[in-house]
Design a protein around this ligand. Structure first.
Ligand code: SAH
Ligand code: MG
Length: 194
């Protein structure tokens, strides 16, 4: 038998950037308040965050989650199966940039947690799949402090520029109400107003 703590420890040992504890606490509050029925996650890794979300919602949820790395996706599928959550969490193998345009159902909540350089594209697609009241969460939005600093010469600057663009897009979009939280590695919380 496997439990969520083992999945977490294994991911940490393998240096997989799973959701941070304080970020999860904030998301837990949002989940309990909003009670989303359908969630779309971008970046499954080994399933840790998706399993946490399902548990928080007493499994009264259906989560689609997209993962590019074939091995990680397979581990996630195994973990989900072992925990008896197959009816609640659906792992889609592939590049979210390609998978997203093939989706057409609406989601109540989005958790963007994959390639940082693709956040603006992920936002556009999430908006297309959203409805009034949907919540769009973007993890790692402050990226170790780089996003809000002037220092612009490090090797992650392309990713940082895309994260800055994401923040600009969500704050300037009049149809969204957005908060940028300094929790964990930074979490953007946007609510779709219309
Ligand atoms: N949400 C997970 C952690 C995800 S780590 C958790 O908190 O437990 C980010 C994951 O995104 C990695 O596993 C990486 O392989 C995946 N990824 C990166 N680019 C992607 C893309 N374009 N489409 C889908 N997944 C991607
Ligand atoms: Mg993350």
């Amino acid at each position: 038998m496997i439990n969520i703590e083992q999945i977490k420890q294994k991911a940490l040992e393998e240096h997989i950037p799973i959701i941070m504890d304080d970020t999860l606490e904030v998301i837990e509050k949002i989940l309990l308040e909003e009670k989303p029925k359908r969630i779309l996650e971008l970046g499954t890794a080994t399933g840790y965050s998706a399993i946490c979300f399902s548990n928080i919602l007493d499994n009264e949820v259906y989560i689609d989650t997209i993962e590019l790395d074939e091995n990680r996706a397979n581990v996630a599928i195994e973990n989900i199966k072992k925990l008896g959550l197959k009816q609640h969490i659906n792992v889609i193998k592939g590049n979210a940039v390609e998978v997203l345009p093939t989706l057409n159902e609406k989601y109540d909540l989005f958790f963007i947690d994959a390639a940082k350089g693709k956040y603006p594209i992920f936002l556009k697609e999430s908006l297309r799949l959203s409805h009034k009241g949907s919540i769009i969460l973007a993890d790692n939005i402050l990226y170790k402090g780089y996003v809000m600093s002037d220092y612009n010469k490090h090797k992650q600057r392309t990713a940082v520029n895309h994260l800055r663009e994401y923040i600009k897009m969500v704050t300037e979009n009049e149809n969204l109400e957005t908060e940028i939280l300094e929790v964990g590695d930074g979490l953007a919380v946007s609510k779709v107003l219309i």
